[in-house]
Ligand binder design. Structure first.
Ligand code: PEP
Length: 249
């Protein structure tokens, strides 16, 4: 079964009402391949989710950037999966490296979040990826496998999961992985999924790349057989996001 190309835009902690309206308008005007060819999901900060969802054309969807690990309650500052479902937000990004590294989210905590979000009916973009130090010490695949294992141990149904391989050294640095580097990890990660879940999950789960993707480098990355799309940070706030979506063709 072919894996539909997936392009996510992670707006991170950016934007004002006026700015997000402008970005949504520019996106709505973009000429991009049909929904049969590419799935487009943008992820504004929580406070702008209803606004952006209301403004976007129907073939573009929204994702939250995080959600709480279990049912809501006395967890000041958190947003629960139930709340996202209540607002009809279909997707959530979980385990972004900025949350793992700055906020100390462990593999197990991320795995618990993925499992809980899926159990509530959300679709999940689950992020994995190594730091520069880990890459340089040759442990890239051990790190990525451990992060993925913590998810695989907690879920059985991968239908609503997209895995984002995002090397930390490439995020927001302008230092994109080469197409060969991305393909190598994506292929090894797919092999890991094959060995540790089922061949069908390995064949159908989309593994997208994130880390300094832009309008100029996306085509060559998209041409790699195991690169099924992108998670885009900085460039998702700019007009070139449309070119990145077009790399699906
Ligand atoms: C990200 O934050 O997920 C990301 C990939 O950022 P950037 O594209 O800016 O490197």
């Amino acid at each position: 079964m072919a894996r539909k190309f997936f392009v996510g835009g992670n707006w991170k902690c950016n934007g004002t009402t006026e700015e997000v309206k402008k970005i949504a308008t520019a996106l709505n005007e973009g000429k991009v391949p049909s929904q049969d060819v590419v799935e487009v999901v943008v992820s504004p900060p929580f406070v702008f989710l209803p606004l952006v969802k209301g403004l976007l054309r129907p073939d573009f969807h929204v994702a939250a950037q995080n959600c709480w690990v279990k049912k809501g309650g006395a967890y000041t500052g958190e947003v629960s999966a139930e709340m996202l479902v209540n607002l009809d937000i279909p997707w959530v990004i979980i385990g972004h490296s900025e949350r793992r590294l700055i906020l100390g989210e462990s593999n197990e905590f991320v795995g618990d979040k993925v499992a809980y979000a899926l159990s509530k009916g959300l679709k999940v973009i689950a992020c994995v990826g190594e730091t520069l130090e880990q890459r340089e010490s040759g442990s890239t695949m051990d790190v990525v496998a451990a992060q993925t294992k913590a998810i695989a141990e907690r879920i059985t149904d991968w239908e609503n999961v997209v895995v984002a391989y995002e090397p930390v050294w490439a995020i927001g640095t302008g230092k994109v992985a080469t197409p060969a580097q991305a393909q190598e990890v994506h292929c090894e990660l797919r092999n890991w999924i094959h060995a540790n879940t089922t061949p069908e999950v390995a064949a159908t789960t989309r593994i997208i790349y994130g880390g300094s993707v832009n309008g100029a480098n996306c085509k060559e990355l998209a041409a790699q057989p195991d690169v099924d799309g992108f998670l885009v940070g900085g460039a998702s706030l700019k007009p070139e996001f449309i070119d990145i979506i077009k790399s699906a063709e």
